[in-house]
Design a protein around this ligand. Structure first.
Ligand code: CA
Ligand code: CA
Length: 503
C-alpha cells in the first residue's frame, strides 16, 4: 500500500514534467520517434519521412476529415505544425495556437502583435513558417524580427528578444532550430538591402549568445568579393531553418541572394550569399562554406532546406546534404567538408551550362555572361521563382529518392543601367531589374517529380497546370502527401507517381 501510494505521488509530481518537457536528446531522435513531431522537417535531418505504415497505398482511400480548425487568416499558411502528447502547435503571422489533435478543440491561443507598418518591409508573403519545442516552451519568430518563447502548456510569454529593426528592412518568418539549448534563427530582408545574419539565443533566458553575419563588413575576410562598399547592403538573408548533424556537431544553413538583384554594382562572388554555411551551434563559428550561385543576378536564394542523408554510391556510404536549389540544380554535398559530389538540373536551366565538380563553380552560359558583362536583356530559366521555391522536398531513405514540387517558369530579364543601381535605399524594396514571367506550356507550369539525387534521373513525374507551392511528405506506407494551389490535399504512390487519393 505504502509503496503504491508513493508511486502515485511520484507520478503526480513527475508526469507534468515528463509530458511537457522536451530534452535535447528528444530532439536528436525526433526522426525515429513517429509518436511526435518536435522539429522543423520532422527530424534534424529534415527528411520529412514518416516510418508509419498504417495509412498506406491500400488504406489511404478511407481517409476522411475528422475536424477542421480555422486559423482565421487569409494571408497564407506556410507553417509546419509540431505535435507532442496529443497537442498540435501551429503558427501564422499574428498568432500561435495549441489544438487538441483528436478533437480540434483549441487549448490556447496567443496573439502576436506587431506594428502595422512592418508589412511594408516584408517582400513575399505575410507569413510565419512554424515554431520549435524544447524544455516545456514553444519558440517562434515574429514579422518585426523578434524571437519569443511561450509556455507550451499555457501560451504565456516567457521571454522576448528583439533581433532586428524593421525600418532597416529586417523581418523574420523562419521556424527556429534548437540544438543543445541554443535557439537558432535567421533573418529575412535581402530585397530591402539588409546585411543578413544567423543568431543563437539561450533557450532558458533569451540572451543572445552569438551572431553570424552572412556578408562581411568592409575589411573583413570575403569583403574582397564585393565591389566597393556594396557589401554594406549585400542581402544574404537566412529565412529557412537549417539542419543539424549531431555526430559532426554541425548546423547547415542556407543563405539568400545578394542585394540588389541587379549585379552591375557588386562585381565579384559576393560571399557568403547563396551559400551553405556549416557552423557550430554553441558559437556560430563557421567550419566550412560552399557557394552555389556566385555573383547571382537572378534572385536564386540558396536558403532552401538542406536534407541530411546517407547515400550508397561508388561502393561506399556517403554522408551528404541534398538541396534542390532555386537555381534549378539538385546538389549533393559532403557533410563533413562541403565538397560537391553531384549537381544535376531538375528543371529547364540556361543560366549555367553545368556545375564544374572539380571546382564546385557554375560554368556560366552565354546569357548570364551577357548580363554580367553588358547588362543585356535575356530569357533565363528558371525565373526568380526558382526551379523549386522554398516549399520543402522530402527524402525517402527506403528508395533513395527525393520528391520535388518543381516549377516550369522562366523569365525575360533585364538589369537597369548602372546609374540606376545606386537608387537602393536600406529598408526599401529594391530589385533594380525589369522582368516578365515566361512559360513554354501554360498547361504544365509545374511537375511533382521523384528524382534520384545521385544520377539526377527522374523516376516519375506528375504534370500540373499550376506548380504546387506545398511541401512534400513521404511515408514508409508508400505515399507522398502534398497539396495543390487549388486546395486539394493529395496522396500519391511513391513508387509510381499515381494519384491515389485527394480531398
Ligand atoms: Ca518524433
Ligand atoms: Ca530573394
Amino acid at each position: 500500500m505504502k509503496k503504491s501510494a508513493i508511486f502515485i505521488l511520484l507520478m503526480s509530481i513527475l508526469v507534468p514534467a515528463v509530458i511537457f518537457a522536451q530534452s535535447a536528446e528528444d530532439l536528436k531522435k525526433d526522426a525515429t520517434t513517429p509518436g511526435d513531431v518536435l522539429t522543423y522537417g520532422m527530424g534534424y535531418n529534415q527528411q520529412r519521412f514518416s516510418p508509419l505504415t498504417r495509412i498506406n497505398r491500400k488504406t489511404v482511400k478511407r481517409l476522411v476529415p475528422a475536424w477542421a480548425y480555422s486559423m482565421t487568416n487569409n494571408l497564407g499558411e506556410e507553417a509546419q505544425a509540431l505535435v507532442k502528447d496529443g497537442v498540435i502547435y501551429i503558427t501564422d503571422h499574428d498568432k500561435t495556437v495549441a489544438v487538441d489533435a483528436l478533437t480540434g478543440k483549441e487549448i490556447w491561443k496567443a496573439i502576436v502583435e506587431y506594428p502595422p507598418e512592418t508589412t511594408r518591409v516584408v517582400c513575399c508573403g505575410i507569413v510565419n513558417r512554424g515554431g520549435a519545442l524544447f524544455d516545456g516552451k514553444f519558440y517562434r519568430t515574429t514579422l518585426d524580427a523578434q524571437v519569443i518563447a511561450l509556455d507550451s502548456k499555457t501560451g504565456k510569454e516567457v521571454w522576448r528578444a528583439k533581433s532586428g529593426d524593421p525600418s532597416e528592412g529586417y523581418s523574420m518568418t523562419v521556424a527556429p532550430l534548437i540544438v543543445d539549448g541554443v535557439v537558432i534563427v535567421g533573418v529575412s530582408g535581402a530585397e530591402f538591402g539588409v546585411r543578413g545574419y544567423i543568431e543563437g539565443y539561450n533557450a532558458s533566458t533569451g540572451e543572445r549568445l552569438w551572431r553570424l553575419y552572412t556578408v562581411p563588413a568592409p575589411g573583413e575576410p570575403g569583403a574582397e568579393t564585393w565591389a566597393g562598399d556594396s557589401m554594406k547592403t549585400g542581402g544574404g538573408s537566412a529565412w529557412i531553418t537549417g539542419s543539424y548533424d549531431p555526430e559532426l556537431d554541425l548546423v547547415f544553413w542556407g543563405t539568400g541572394n545578394p542585394a540588389p538583384w541587379n549585379p552591375l554594382g557588386r562585381k565579384g562572388d559576393n560571399l557568403y550569399t547563396n551559400s551553405i554555411l556549416a557552423f557550430k551551434p554553441k558559437t556560430g563559428a563557421v567550419v566550412w562554406s560552399y557557394q552555389m550561385t556566385p555573383n547571382d543576378p537572378f534572385d536564386y536564394d540558396g536558403v532552401n532546406e538542406l536534407i541530411l542523408a546517407d547515400l550508397k554510391f561508388d561502393g561506399a556510404v556517403h554522408k551528404v546534404i541534398l538541396q534542390a536549389n532555386r537555381n534549378g540544380f539538385l546538389y549533393v554535398v559532403e557533410r563533413a567538408t562541403g565538397k560537391l559530389l553531384a549537381a544535376h538540373k531538375f528543371v529547364k536551366v540556361n543560366w549555367a551550362d553545368h556545375i564544374d565538380l572539380s571546382t564546385g563553380r557554375p560554368v556560366w552560359s552565354a546569357e548570364t555572361k551577357a548580363v554580367l558583362d553588358q547588362g543585356a536583356k535575356v530569357n533565363i530559366w528558371p525565373s526568380a521563382f526558382g526551379g523549386k521555391n522554398w516549399e520543402p522536398m522530402a527524402f525517402n531513405p527506403l528508395a533513395s529518392l527525393v520528391y520535388i514540387n518543381a516549377v516550369n517558369v522562366g523569365w525575360e530579364y533585364e538589369p537597369w543601367p548602372m546609374d540606376q543601381v545606386s537608387k537602393l535605399k536600406v529598408g526599401q524594396l529594391f530589385w533594380g531589374v525589369k522582368f516578365k514571367a515566361i512559360t513554354e506550356d501554360p498547361n504544365r507550369r509545374g511537375d511533382l517529380k521523384a528524382i534520384n539525387p545521385i544520377t539526377g534521373q527522374t523516376k516519375w513525374e506528375l504534370p500540373l497546370k499550376s506548380p504546387n507551392m506545398a511541401g512534400t511528405l513521404v511515408t514508409a506506407g508508400g505515399l507522398v502527401f502534398t497539396g495543390q494551389l487549388t486546395g486539394e490535399f493529395m496522396a500519391i504512390d511513391s513508387e509510381s507517381g499515381k494519384l491515389l487519393w485527394q480531398f
